[in-house]
Design a binder for this molecule. Structure first.
Ligand code: AMP
Ligand code: GLY
Length: 421
C-alpha cells in the first residue's frame, strides 16, 4: 500500500516508523516531515491545511490511505476533502472533530450523552463571565472555547487569577478561539490519557498513557504540549478503563452518530480519576504527542493494521496484541520553551545512538543542513524506549539522552515518577 502521513512532529515520526515495519507498506510519504522522518521516508513539502493540494498530491502519487497526524487539518476539513475523493482516511470529519475544536460543543454532547465531566457554563461576554466567577469562587478552570494550540486553559487557584484569565481571553489573547469562554468546575484527581479507535460505533481501546504537562521536574513551571509520556498508565485499572469506555466514550460516540456526524479515527480521551471514577477532562481527535511515541513503540507494525481497519470501517475484525511491556518517551526541548527560544542550534551525538525495536530517537522539531541536525522547534527530540518494566524503559531512554550532545536543550529527569513511586 502507498501511505501518506500528514504532519511534522515526533508523533508523525513514530507513526511513520511503525508503518514502515508493516509488510503492507510499499511506499511511505510524510508531508511535510522533518529531518528524522527524512532518514526513513520520503518527505513532501505540502500545505497540509489545503485539502485540494493534498488530494491532488495523493492522486498523483497513487496514495491508498492518508493518516492525519495533527488537529489543524481536521479543523480545516482536509479529511472530508480526501474522503470525497475516494481515499481511505484515518482522521475524523470536520464536524466530528468539533469534539476537539470546540470545548462548548463537547460539553453539550456530554450533557446529552450523560457522560460524567466537570460542571460548566459558556459566556460570550466578560461582564457575565466575571459575575459567574463571583458565585463559583476558586479553584476554577477557565478555557478559551476554540482551538488555542493547547494553551487556552487556565487552572486558576485564586479568584484573582481566574478574573485575569477571563479578561485576557476576552481581550483577544487567543484571538477568535477566545471569543467565547467556558468556565468549568475544578476536578481534583489523577490525570490519564486513554486512546480509543472508533469507526462510527465500533470502539477498540488502543492503550493508555500518562503525559507530563509542566516544563520542569516535580511538575513545576509553565504548561507545555507535553514533556514526556509513558504507557501503560497504571492508574487506568481494568475497572476504570471499562468505566471510561462504557460511561463516557460509548455514550458520546452514540450521540455523535445520532446527530448524523459519526466519529471515525482515534479518540484521545483525557480523563481525571476522581475518587476512583473517571471523569472527562477533554477529547482530542488525534493521537497525543508524545503519548503516540510510547504507544507506537509498544504496538510496532500492528499499529498500521489497526489504523487501516479503522479507516476502512472494519474495526470489529481487529484487535491489538498487547505485550506485557512498558514504553516511555522523554522530550528534549530547547531552553526557553514553552516561551521564546533560540532556533538553529546544532545537535550532536545522534548518529551513534541505537535504533532498535526497543530504542529510538524520534524527531519533533529538527532540520538537516550540510549534514548537521539543527533544532528548529520548542520540542525537538523524543527519546523513546521500551522495557519489560517501566524502570528498564526509563533507564534506557535516559542513557540515550546522556549521549546526546546538545547544550542548548533540556529535559525533565523525572518522567514516569507517578508510576515509579
Ligand atoms: P485541556 O486543554 O482541556 O486538556 O486542559 C489542559 C490541562 O488543564 C489538562 O490536562 C488538565 O491538567 C487541566 N484541566 C483542564 N480542565 C480541568 C478541570 N476541569 N479540572 C482540573 N484540571 C483541569
Ligand atoms: N500531549 C498532549 C497532547 O498531545 O495534547
Amino acid at each position: 500500500m502507498n501511505i501518506l502521513i500528514l504532519g511534522s512532529g515526533g508523533r508523525e515520526h513514530s507513526l511513520a516508523w511503525a508503518a514502515l515495519q508493516n509488510p503492507k507498506c510499499d511506499k511511505l510519504i510524510v508531508a511535510p516531515g522533518n529531518a528524522g522522518i527524512a532518514q526513513i521516508a520520503e518527505c513532501a513539502a505540502l500545505d497540509i491545511l489545503d485539502g485540494d493540494s493534498v488530494a491532488t498530491f495523493a492522486s498523483e502519487n497513487a496514495i491508498d490511505i492518508v493518516i492525519v497526524g495533527p488537529e489543524a487539518p481536521l479543523e480545516a476539513g482536509v479529511s472530508d476533502r480526501l474522503r470525497d475523493s475516494g481515499l481511505a482516511v484515518f482522521g475524523p470529519s470536520m464536524a466530528a472533530a468539533q469534539l476537539e475544536t470546540s470545548k462548548s460543543f463537547t460539553k453539550t454532547i456530554c450533557d446529552a450523552a450523560g457522560a460524567p465531566t466537570a460542571a460548566w457554563a459558556r459566556f460570550d461576554n466578560e461582564a457575565e463571565a466575571l459575575a459567574h466567577l463571583d458565585q463559583t469562587g476558586a479553584p476554577i478552570v477557565i478555557k478559551a472555547d476554540g482551538l488555542a494550540a493547547g494553551k487556552g486553559v487556565v487552572v486558576a487557584m485564586t479568584l484573582d487569577e481566574a478574573r485575569a484569565a477571563v479578561t485576557d481571553m476576552f481581550g483577544g489573547q487567543f484571538g477568535e478561539a477566545g471569543a467565547s469562554v467556558v468556565i468549568e468546575e475544578f476536578m481534583d484527581g489523577e490525570e490519564a490519557s486513554f486512546f480509543v479507535l472508533v469507526d462510527g460505533t465500533t470502539l477498540l481501546p488502543m492503550g493508555t498513557a500518562q503525559d507530563h504537562k509542566r516544563a520542569f521536574d516535580g511538575d513545576e513551571g509553565p504548561n507545555t504540549g507535553g514533556m514526556g509520556a509513558y504507557s501503560p498508565a497504571p492508574c487506568m485499572t481494568p475497572e476504570i478503563t471499562e468505566a471510561a469506555l462504557e460511561r463516557i466514550v460509548r455514550p458520546t460516540m452514540e450521540e455523535m452518530a445520532r446527530r448524523g456526524t459519526p466519529y471515525s479515527g482515534v479518540l484521545f480521551v483525557g480523563l481525571m480519576i476522581v475518587d476512583g471514577a473517571p471523569k472527562l477532562v477533554e477529547y482530542n481527535c488525534r493521537f497525543g504527542d508524545p503519548e503516540c511515541q510510547a504507544l507506537m513503540m509498544r504496538l510496532g507494525a500492528q499499529a498500521f493494521d489497526l489504523i487501516q481497519a479503522c479507516a476502512d470501517g472494519r474495526l470489529h475484525e481487529a484487535s491489538p496484541n498487547w505485550a506485557d511491556d512498558h514504553a516511555i518517551s522523554v522530550v528534549l526541548a530547547t531552553h526557553g520553551y514553552p516561551g521564546d527560544y533560540e532556533k538553529g542550534t546544532e545537535i550532536r551525538g545522534l548518529s551513534g545512538l541505537p535504533e532498535t525495536a526497543g530504542e529510538i530517537v524520534f524527531h519533533a522539531g529538527t532540520t538537516e543542513r550540510d549534514g548537521k541536525i539543527l533544532a528548529t522547534g520548542g520540542r525537538v527530540l523524543n527519546v523513546t524506549a521500551r522495557g519489560d518494566t517501566l524502570e528498564q524503559a526509563r533507564d534506557r531512554a535516559y542513557s540515550m539522552i546522556d549521549r546526546i550532545d546538545w547544550p542548548e536543550g533540556f529535559c525533565r529527569r523525572d518522567i514516569g515518577w507517578r508510576a515509579l513511586g
